[in-house]
Design a protein around this ligand. Structure first.
Ligand SMILES: Cc1cc2nc3c(=O)[nH]c(=O)nc-3n(C[C@H](O)[C@H](O)[C@H](O)COP(=O)(O)OP(=O)(O)OC[C@H]3O[C@@H](n4cnc5c(N)ncnc54)[C@H](O)[C@@H]3O)c2cc1C
Length: 397
């Protein structure tokens, strides 16, 4: 009985949140998304709305001021926002990956210090793993943190970091013991604040270039350069113990992968919706193109794959909510949904003919945004390897 009541309350909360998001998308996002995208402009006003909606605290426990949403509800929200403008989802997801690392692995003192400010969006940021010479092979990274007294001194550079310029804090994967073997045993995560409350660089850290991209416009992807940066060890070394960073980072990526999969579903759904509508209004040879079998074959495949991707995301999010490691479920959802997004966006472009290539329609944006889903939070090559390893591990003979 108590369980049923809890489920009813959760369903009601989810409905209210989705209604609020729906209104915001309709009233605030739709009118400006196309322009901001083509101007590659950071959506400052929308970020303020996102703070009010609680999105920066979506997965943070209510005890620290967050909404404490389940991964399932979160994934639905991400999909819906990505249908309108995928870039927005990166602004809060990268931030929430940083927050999840503190929430899952931080000390009580670290949670109390960081999470309330993360939940309101007063401090926003992301996850800084990648370096110029270390992407997939994260253990090759060279950014180094050395303990001196009660402080860490950080030296090194990160690249491709979402929110590196507009945000002011990152969960930074570093080597605390560069000579450790195996290499992952020498890795730790530090929460490093990079800017003060006025947005000025803190001593010892600065942004390098803002990186120009094919898609994912509006959100900043940048470099971070650490040169003698100092931070308080007790507040910054997540969990208070060196050598655990690699597992924290890969654990943090699970929710990131569910998010990427949910975004991919958003891209695919929008491309499908636009195609179903367009194919009924565009006529050739005396009939709407949706009556040509060549177009029907495309729509049928797009519809089936988009629905399958949705179901894989739901499955992975439900598994995440049980608190288990879910590399395989998140990997399957991320791999399949992102490949589906690329396929469905490409087919949508073909269905739209020349108009698919026009900047006046959303199709070219979906087409540019989809491939990133195959790269971010672990490439799809790696996802298939992770899935295979898990299949063998879970089914020994
Ligand atoms: C827009 C954008 C935003 C990003 N945001 C962030 C961010 O916020 N934080 C962050 O830390 N990083 C971020 N990244 C970086 C991203 O995570 C990396 O680009 C990605 O992990 C791949 O690393 P790489 O580019 O170094 O490619 P590489 O690792 O050099 O890989 C190149 C190719 O080789 C394949 N490959 C590599 N190793 C293997 C292997 N063992 N077996 C089979 N195939 C292999 C890869 O799959 C890929 O096809 C972002 C990237 C982009 C483009």
């Amino acid at each position: 009985m108590a369980d049923t009541q809890h489920m009813d309350e959760a369903a009601e909360e989810e409905r209210m949140m989705l209604d609020a998001i729906e209104k915001w998308l309709e009233q605030k996002v739709k009118p400006v998304a196309m322009q901001l995208e083509h101007d590659d402009e950071y959506p400052t006003d929308l970020v303020e709305d996102m703070k009010e909606l609680g999105l920066f605290g979506a997965l943070i426990d209510p005890e620290y001021g967050g909404l404490g949403l389940s991964a399932s509800t979160y994934a639905r929200i991400v999909t819906r926002i990505a249908e309108e403008w995928m870039s927005l989802t990166g602004i809060f997801n990268s931030h929430l990956m940083m927050a999840q690392i503190v929430q899952r692995f931080g000390t009580d003192k670290q949670k109390e210090h960081w999470l309330p400010k993360f939940a309101t969006g007063e401090i926003r940021g992301g996850l800084a793993l990648t370096e110029p010479n270390a992407g997939t092979d994260l253990q090759a990274l060279t950014t180094k943190a050395t303990l001196q007294g009660d402080k860490y001194i950080v030296e090194g550079a990160k690249t491709w970091i979402s929110n590196a310029i507009e945000g002011s804090c990152v969960a930074l994967l570093v080597k605390t013991d560069p000579s450790a073997e195996p290499r992952y045993k020498g890795m730790s995560i530090l929460i490093t604040q990079t800017k003060d409350s006025d947005g000025k660089d803190l001593p010892g850290v600065k942004n390098g270039n803002k990186l120009e991209k094919l898609g994912y416009k509006g959100i900043d992807s940048g470099e971070l350069i650490y040169d003698g940066y100092e931070c308080d060890a007790e507040l910054c070394l997540v969990g208070g113990e060196e050598g655990k960073g690699f597992f924290m980072a890969t654990g943090g990526l699970e929710i990131g992968r569910i998010n990427i999969a949910a975004r991919s579903v958003g891209i695919a759904r929008r491309a499908l919706r636009e195609s179903v509508a367009y194919s009924q209004t565009r006529h050739t040879m005396g009939k709407p193109i949706c009556e040509h079998q060549a177009i029907q074959l495309k729509l049928g495949e797009m519809g089936a794959k988009t629905r399958a991707a949705e179901l894989l995301v739901e499955d992975a999010a439900r598994a995440y909510d049980t608190g288990q490691r879910i590399d395989m479920e998140a990997g399957m959802a991320k791999y399949f949904a992102s490949e589906t997004a690329v396929e469905v966006a490409t087919e949508a472009m073909r269905i739209h003919g020349g108009y698919g290539y026009s900047k006046e329609y959303p199709i070219e944006r979906l087409y540019r945004d989809a491939p990133l889903m195959c790269i971010g939070e672990g490439t799809n090559e790696m996802q298939r390897i992770i899935i295979a390893k898990q299949l063998v591990k879970r089914n020994p003979v």
